[in-house]
Design a protein around this ligand. Structure first.
Ligand code: NAP
Length: 314
């Protein structure tokens, strides 16, 4: 039985070595190795080349090495087997750190003080809104959105969440579906996007949505934080919304095209904070452990965590 590592953009050998340590009795191979395709039962993948898994006709399950599965579902030739994504506290905590840090950064205007420091300018403007007067709206109330909401609430922010289906989350105001989106946006000063990329969500972060955000907030104009996927955002609309004051600032971890091209104006925009799609890195120690646990569960006939609903695309 072979576990195949099909990874692009990350160090495939490092992942293979981690799996080999955890599974000493299993043959671990990397896509491209000289192996018998019929021996492959498990595939772990991240941005594999579409069509490159068709030869593995005995595969029983495919794992994403991340929480998102858009990189797998976009492959029309993906074997029709169960798909499992990462649902692990290590990854969740990393994302919440990112979301809390950037909400606080915008609340406390840290970019402005960085710019002032470069000019040796001492401007102790006292107009600092309190977290309790700032409304954060989280798009996506899944594993990541719910944890971020809980931690932002601890920091004092007024937090609400929006999901596809109605959700009840303790101490959280919730909205669902397109019918409740306008009300959710109208009470949001900092919009945090933690949605998956699907046919329904592609391009959702566009000028019409930005226009629906609160205009009476304590931060001046609303702020966008997107750590979901780049395909969720229309970058030309973000730039024009920043130019006409519909948005005051943005933190972007993900981009329409990655790596972000050198020609993108986002790199040097004074109101944009760019991070290189690492809001929540998949750490081999934690993620390989999660996958090995799910393999054992499936072998014992138990339901694994992280099972993906192919129909909904996440
Ligand atoms: N930047 C990074 O480093 C990084 C790292 C990890 C993950 N991510 C991204 O974060 C995403 C979310 O991860 P997760 O584990 O929280 O996912 P999840 O548990 O599957 O949650 C997804 C949430 O989005 C909602 N949703 C999906 N489609 C929607 C729609 N059309 N309208 C409204 N809400 C919709 C779902 O609604 P329901 O509750 O009704 O199902 C759910 O609340 C991943 O898919 C990935 O793209 C980014």
């Amino acid at each position: 039985m072979t576990l195949l590592v099909a990874v692009q953009g990350w160090d495939a050998q490092a992942w293979a070595a981690r799996f080999q340590t955890l599974l000493p009795d299993v043959v671990v191979a990397v896509l491209g190795d000289d192996i018998d395709p019929a021996s492959v039962r498990h595939v772990v993948c991240w941005r594999h080349t579409p069509g490159s898994l068709v030869q593995f006709t005995n595969v029983g399950v495919i794992f994403s090495l991340g929480a998102g599965v858009d990189h797998m579902i976009s492959d029309p030739a993906l074997p029709k087997v169960p798909l499992i994504r990462i649902v692990d506290p290590d990854l969740t905590n990393r994302m919440s750190e990112y979301v809390v840090m950037h909400c606080l950064m915008h609340l406390r205007q840290q970019r402005r003080y960085d710019a002032q420091a470069r000019l040796k300018l001492w401007d102790d403007d006292r107009a600092q809104p309190a977290a309790q007067n700032v409304r954060v709206g989280i798009m996506g109330l899944g594993q990541l959105g719910r944890d971020a909401a809980r931690k932002l609430t601890v920091m004092g922010f007024k937090v609400a969440g929006w999901s596809r289906s109605p959700r009840t989350v303790p101490e959280l105001e919730t909205f669902a579906g397109s019918a409740e989106l306008p009300e959710f946006l109208a009470r949001t000063d900092i919009l945090v996007c933690l949605l998956p990329l699907t046919a329904q969500t592609r391009g959702i972060l566009n000028k019409n949505l930005f226009k629906g955000l609160a205009r009476d907030g304590r931060l001046g104009a609303p702020v966008l934080i997107n750590a979901g996927r780049g395909g969720l955002q229309v970058e030309s609309d973000i730039l024009s919304a920043l130019a006409d004051g519909t948005l005051s600032a943005a933190t972007l971890d993900v981009f329409e095209s990655e790596p972000l091209p050198a020609s993108s104006p986002l790199w040097i925009h004074p109101a944009v904070t760019v991070t290189p799609h690492n809001a929540a890195m998949s750490e081999p120690e934690a993620v390989a452990g999660f996958i090995v646990t799910q393999m054992a569960r499936m072998a014992a006939g138990e339901q694994p965590d992280g099972l993906v609903d192919r129909a909904s695309g996440y």
